[in-house]
Ligand binder design. Structure first.
Ligand code: NAD
Length: 495
């Protein structure tokens, strides 16, 4: 299925939501970009044009920031924590009521198999529910201080928060950042990715239906170098949440430094799963594969490195190869194991990496479905074995369905390899030795460590973020609420 730009109001899942995909959502109103320009979205499964979206620019970002500032001074800024929680609760309900349609939009726009898109829509609802419940449970403290004083802290919103999100998990990333920011009483300006932004727009429409006051959430689609840059450097923004590549994250941080505002950077990764000889291999196997190929490997927390101890190495390689041979690739609407990559550009990047692996032992590839369109941006999942830890494929984030397997002798060697990249987002350890579980959990350099499982980006309740080039700051869980608020200390002298 595709969305015809001429008939999009009648023939597409966009029509179900009733918004105009070629508009920005500013101050509660759907309006074209001020310059009147549009970009086109592509269906990555077929290469066909999906629809036009607004090409928002600095003027639109400015209008969105002003709308957010106005919301902070009026309705939304005066809402109690209870009211904010109730709004998020209604929004979560609406998201759940529209899971099928949101999943269809995401599958068409991102190329994500429908089942995965549905899981993302459910996760978006879950973020709304979690932050609905948390909104009135974040509070300050009373502090022991001098004789004759009472001192306490208040948790307050930053004000206007900017949210720049990528194309790979729009719904999940919007849920975790916008959900937490709204719970704390901020007004948000969201810049979705130019490659995929339909569910961001649908989310804005659902937020309006849930009764969000005008200006509390504004969405300005557009190019990174235009709308994104304008948002990250706008003097009216008090906090920036950025999810995307390391190079863009560095630019956003530099912009934020000019305005002296805090920034959360959720960047890339080269996450490892470490399998010891004593592990339950049957339990590990599906996690080892799925966490690498989910969303066609376009997952910041994808486990692109599998470190396997020598005693089970050959046995596990055979089992992994067997799984890979069954991985089917095709149109997102066919709901196979993998859909396409987001764009021809992303496909070309991944293919360049694959060509750099020509010296490696390619032990398995997946299969292309007969009906896959030649114009779709498909790449077969590929598994390389016996990869030296310093090989480019074992060091750089590929952002495609490519996994490398690296053998190791003992715990020290495993740690050195696992910690031996500039990234540190997620890691997992498969072992039944309890003492080793604890040693590894402490010694691994990563924002999240899983023992005997792997939650690729999952866990609404679990703080998430990186160290090193994977970024800084934490989203998800309660921790995000601290990031999206600032602490004020009050000391009252009363004699
Ligand atoms: P990207 O950095 O190119 O784009 C991300 C967002 O930034 C988009 O909305 C884009 O329009 C915007 N942008 C681009 N240039 C900008 C600029 N100069 N100023 C402000 N905004 C700008 O990244 P991408 O290619 O879309 O996403 C892939 C990367 O994102 C991967 O490296 C991946 O690991 C990372 N990622 C990380 C997480 C996480 O939570 N850690 C999640 C998803 C993706």
């Amino acid at each position: 299925m595709s969305i015809n730009p001429d008939t999009q109001q009648h023939a597409s899942p966009v029509a179900h939501f009733g918004f105009d995909a070629s508009c920005c959502f500013i101050g509660g109103v759907w309006q074209p970009a001020s310059g009147g320009e549009v970009l086109t979205l592509e269906n990555p499964s077929t290469g066909e044009t999906l629809c036009a979206i607004a090409r928002g620019d600095a003027a639109d970002i400015d209008a969105a920031v002003i709308a957010a500032q106005t919301a902070m001074q009026t309705g939304w800024g005066r809402a109690t924590a209870l009211e904010r929680g109730r709004f998020l609760s209604r929004l979560g309900r609406l998201v759940l009521d529209n899971v099928e349609q949101l999943a269809e939009l995401e599958a068409l726009d991102v190329g994500k198999p429908v089942k995965q898109a549905k899981a993302d829509a459910v996760a978006l609802a879950r973020y709304c529910e979690f932050y609905a419940g948390a909104a009135d449970k974040v509070h300050g403290e009373t502090l022991p201080y001098l004789e004759g004083y009472t001192a306490f802290t208040l948790r307050e919103p930053h004000g206007v928060t900017g949210h720049i999100v990528p194309w790979n998990y729009p719904m999940q990333i919007i849920g975790r950042s916008v959900g937490a920011a709204l719970a704390m009483g901020n007004a948000c300006v969201l810049k979705p990715a130019e490659e995929a932004c339909l569910t961001a727009l649908a989310f804005a429409e659902l937020a309006a239906q849930a009764g969000l006051p005008a200006g509390a959430l504004n969405v300005v689609p557009g190019l990174g170098a235009e709308a994104g840059q304008a948002l990250s450097s706008h003097s009216g923004v008090q906090h920036i949440s950025f999810t995307g590549s390391v190079s863009t994250g560095a630019k956003v941080q530099a912009s934020a430094a000019n305005s002296v505002v805090p920034v959360t950077l959720e960047l890339g990764g080269k996450s490892a799963q470490v399998v010891f000889d004593d592990a339950d291999l049957d339990a590990a196997l599906p996690f080892l594969v799925n966490a690498g190929v989910q969303n066609a490997g376009q997952t910041c927390s994808a486990s692109s490195r599998l470190l396997i101890q020598k005693g089970v190495y050959h046995q596990l390689i055979d089992q992994l190869a067997g799984r890979y041979a069954q991985l089917q690739v095709g149109d997102a609407m066919q709901d196979l194991a993998l859909g396409p990559l987001i764009s021809a550009r992303q496909k070309s990047i991944v293919e360049q990496y694959l060509s750099q692996g020509s010296d490696l032992d390619k032990v398995a590839v997946g299969v292309m479905h007969d009906d896959a369109s030649p114009q779709g941006h498909f790449v077969l999942p590929t598994l390389f074995a016996d990869v030296p830890p310093d090989h480019v494929l074992a060091q750089e984030e590929i952002f495609g369905p490519v996994q490398v397997v690296i053998p190791f002798e003992d715990e020290d060697a495993a740690l050195a390899i696992a910690n031996g990249t500039p990234y540190g987002l997620v890691a997992s350890v498969w072992t039944n030795d309890g003492a080793r579980q604890m040693r590894m959990a402490k010694a691994l350099r990563a924002g999240q460590v899983f023992i005997n499982n792997y939650g690729a980006g999952g866990g609404v309740e679990l703080p998430f973020g990186g160290v090193g080039k994977s970024g800084h700051g934490r989203e998800k869980g309660f921790e995000a609420l601290y990031g999206f608020s600032c602490l004020k200390t009050v000391a009252v002298s009363h004699g």
